[in-house]
Design a protein around this ligand. Structure first.
Ligand code: NAD
Ligand code: DAU
Length: 332
């Protein structure tokens, strides 16, 4: 297959592109606007005969129409992805996440192209810490932030295009990813690179919020499985049973990096901060036989710390501007 991967120069998209080129015969065209979150270097070393990067915007209907018409399938990762940014400047989230997705599904409908839409567990809102239930494909949508509400909107557009226009689409909603090539604005890389720089990690509020961590390579294998075997019109939740509260994650990072485990600061909490996410991925596991390879979050975190230590050339240029933005927001 020839895949068009939007947002392939970002964190999860680039992990997916590496995974596809390593484990299949598919070829890949990445469409990415190289916003502050995109990094050409995340795609270094890929085979020229099966890989191409097109720098462009998913809201550019002419470009999207041409690339979609040339592809066998579109895997749509491109998004404005950071909750904190969405609270300070929501407009780009509407343009990329809503209008960009609309532009892509219109092209996929016209050309009859298979479409896989990448989404998030945040569309379901949050859970109480002691709620025995986790999110399933039946959980009602209840997003909290400008980011998650635009992702929810994009999911609903895809569902409507399936029902009304016969779009050959699947959707996946995944939990929090960690691993190589993640921007230093995000929780885990921010704290790892802070410690490398001799700066104390920053915990929002009391740090009791729970996220359900999955390694980006496991997200990639799940998406490929859904693309190749998923039923059209279906939604699949992706998760690896990796619930951890933020304080434990910071303490684990500090200990793994040889620091006292209480050497962190509490900073201003995020507005509307979701308390807990937790995914039940039974449907994906039973219907399509997918399993995560990273069973142990602490081992995956140790690999991730090593990657950031060894790839300072990849993240250094982003660090100062990112921390300046957090400083302005009172979260530094
Ligand atoms: P990211 O911010 O690291 O990467 C986003 C990429 O999209 C960047 O390369 C950026 O340049 C590109 N992009 C942004 N606007 C664009 C536009 N208008 N046109 C073309 N390219 C554009 O994001 P990520 O963390 O890799 O997330 C990728 C996808 O996965 C998103 O759809 C996100 O909602 C979803 N997701 C993320 C997580 C997570 O934990 N990070 C979990 C579940 C789902
Ligand atoms: O659940 C999937 C979502 O996970 C994706 O849809 C989003 O694109 C992705 O960014 C992520 O959203 P979160 O808001 O959960 O991730 P973030 O890395 O921003 O924060 C993780 C948790 O850590 C959250 O509870 C806020 C907290 N936090 C974050 C930062 C940056 C801190 O305590 N300190 C920090 O410095």
């Amino acid at each position: 297959m020839k895949l068009l991967v939007t947002g392939g120069a970002g964190f999860i998209g680039s992990n997916f592109v590496h995974h596809v080129l390593k484990t299949t015969d598919h070829s890949v065209v990445v469409l990415d606007a190289l916003t502050y979150a995109g990094n050409r270097a995340s795609l270094d070393g890929l085979p020229d005969d099966r890989f191409e990067l097109v720098v462009g915007d998913i809201t550019d209907a002419v470009l999207v129409d041409r690339l979609t018409g040339e592809a066998d399938a579109v895997v749509h990762y491109a998004a404005e992805s950071h909750n904190d940014n969405s609270l300070h400047d929501p407009r780009p989230f509407l343009d990329t996440n809503i209008v960009g997705t609309y532009t892509l599904i219109e092209a996929a409908r016209k050309h009859g192209t298979r479409f896989h839409h990448i989404s998030t567990d945040e569309v379901y809102g949050d859970l109480e810490l002691d709620d025995p239930d986790r999110f399933t494909e039946q959980t009602p949508y209840n997003p909290s932030s400008p980011y998650s509400s635009t992702k929810a909107g994009s999911d609903l557009l895809v569902r409507a295009w399936v029902r009304s226009f016969g779009l050959r689409a699947t959707i996946s909603n995944c939990s929090n990813n960690y691993g190589p090539y993640q921007h230093v604005e995000k929780f885990i890389p921010r704290q790892i690179t802070n410690v490398i720089d001799g700066v104390r990690p920053k915990l929002y509020g009391a740090g009791q919020n729970v996220r359900d961590w999955i390694h980006a390579s496991d997200h990639s294998s799940a998406v490929l499985t859904i693309l190749e075997q998923g039923r059209i019109g279906e939604t699949y939740l992706i998760g690896a049973d990796g619930e951890e509260d933020n304080r434990s994650v910071v303490e684990t990072i500090l200990e793994a990096m040889g620091q006292p485990k209480d050497a962190y600061d509490h900073v201003t909490d995020r507005a509307g901060h979701d308390l807990r996410y937790a995914i039940d991925s039974t449907k994906l596991r039973t219907e399509l036989g997918w399993r995560p390879a990273y069973g142990d979050f602490r081992a995956g975190l140790a690999d991730t710390i090593t990657w950031y230590r060894e790839h300072e050339d990849w993240w250094r240029a982003q660090k100062a501007a990112t921390e300046a933005r957090y400083q302005q927001q009172g979260q530094a």
